[in-house]
Design a binder for this molecule. Structure first.
Ligand code: SAM
Length: 338
């Protein structure tokens, strides 16, 4: 049985969390999992394929193997483990894009400003990069692509849980506001064969969605329209429901009220808004939402409690009707015209 660690030992390990995170990032960057998908290989062989020094690679792989990512078989030969396998590209539920995006240098530069932001109220990302996140992406299209793919990668387990948790049968047209590459909308349309969908996002993202496999799949493409624009100006008209996943958490309350008001103005008479986000519960339990909230603090957004959602809904002329939990970490916060 593993020895129970003392509090200083646990704290030592917590404090080096970024070492492991950075190693996982390097493994993703070098596509080491892809290089091992046909079976074990020697470090020499891997180093040549990855264009990296063999001794450094050996130490990187040995450290990763100590936390279950890759395993050494014999004579400096490494193989995939179930954890390492998630870093392969092009597989269902791949975590490659997430591992690549979440520890990329642009994110690190913003995290360096977290304490400054906490002291001054400045948005750390703005201090680091001079522009808000989504403006930054307009000039860094490669980062935007990896960001889009990383959202799809963390959505693989979340989307089926969302589609299963909510009864979409009473809805005829569903608008996915800030729907990214369309993986959520495609999942919901697949499980609701008569539902029509509108995927709405910024022009550069919609251009990418048109080439991606989600809303272009047979059986989906016929029922799905793609529209681009700025959701702070307007959202497509005539929807019965406006779903927004991981959208409100990117923004401050004022911006969210504007966006919710735009949905209210465009939706059909009995229309609904469906906000899909973490709903923060009280208590000290481990929580994906409470940690993701710090990433949001860095870009100027926040995760919210039910009460905080209700207050923003009220300001936008909406009434929070219920919170529908999903089997994943996210909940669906439903609202109608007040
Ligand atoms: C965190 S991602 C969420 C994507 C998707 N809903 C998901 O869960 O995978 C936020 C999305 O909002 C879009 N977005 C940001 N600002 C926007 C704006 N002003 N108008 C339209 N879309 C915007 C981004 O392009 C991005 O696709």
């Amino acid at each position: 049985m593993a020895k129970k660690l003392s509090p200083p030992e646990v704290m030592r390990n917590l404090a080096i969390g970024y070492w492991v995170a950075r190693l996982v990032h390097i493994a993703a960057k070098l596509k080491l999992a892809d290089l091992l998908k046909k079976g074990p290989r020697t470090v020499e062989d891997l180093a040549t394929a990855a264009g990296i020094q063999p001794q450094a690679l050996y130490r990187i792989l040995r450290a990763l193997a100590s936390v279950g990512v890759f395993a050494e078989t014999k004579n400096q030969r490494f193989k995939l483990t179930p954890l390492a396998a998630t870093l392969q590209t092009g597989i269902p539920a791949s975590m490659h894009a997430w591992a690549l995006m979440i520890n990329d240098n642009w994110g690190w530069d913003a995290w360096k400003e977290l304490l400054h932001g906490a002291k001054t109220g400045e948005i750390p990302f703005l201090k680091a990069h001079g522009v808000p996140l989504f403006e930054y992406f307009e000039k860094h299209t490669e980062d935007l692509q990896v960001f889009g793919e990383s959202m799809t990668s963390i959505s693989v387990t979340e989307n089926p849980a969302i589609a299963a948790a909510y009864k979409f049968s009473g809805i005829s047209t569903l608008v996915d506001v800030g729907g990214g590459h369309g993986s959520l909308l495609a999942t919901i349309l697949k499980t609701n064969p008569t539902l029509k969908g509108v995927l709405y996002d910024q022009p550069s993202v919609i251009a990418r969605a048109e080439k991606d496999q989600h809303v272009t799949a047979k059986g989906i493409v016929e029922r799905c329209r793609l529209e681009s624009g700025n959701f702070f100006e307007a959202v497509p008209k005539g929807g019965d429901a406006y779903i927004m996943k991981y959208i409100l958490h990117d923004w401050n309350d004022e911006a969210c009220v504007k966006l919710l008001s735009n949905c209210r103005a465009s939706m059909n008479e009995k229309g609904k808004v469906l906000v899909v986000d973490n709903v923060i519960a009280p208590g000290n339990n481990p929580s994906w939402g409470k940690l993701l909230d710090i990433q949001m603090l860095i870009i100027g957004g926040r995760e919210r409690t039910k009460k905080e959602f209700a207050a923003m809904f009220a300001e936008a002329g909406l009434k929070l009707t219920r919170v529908v939990p999903t089997k994943g970490p996210l909940s669906i916060v439903e609202g109608v015209r007040a």
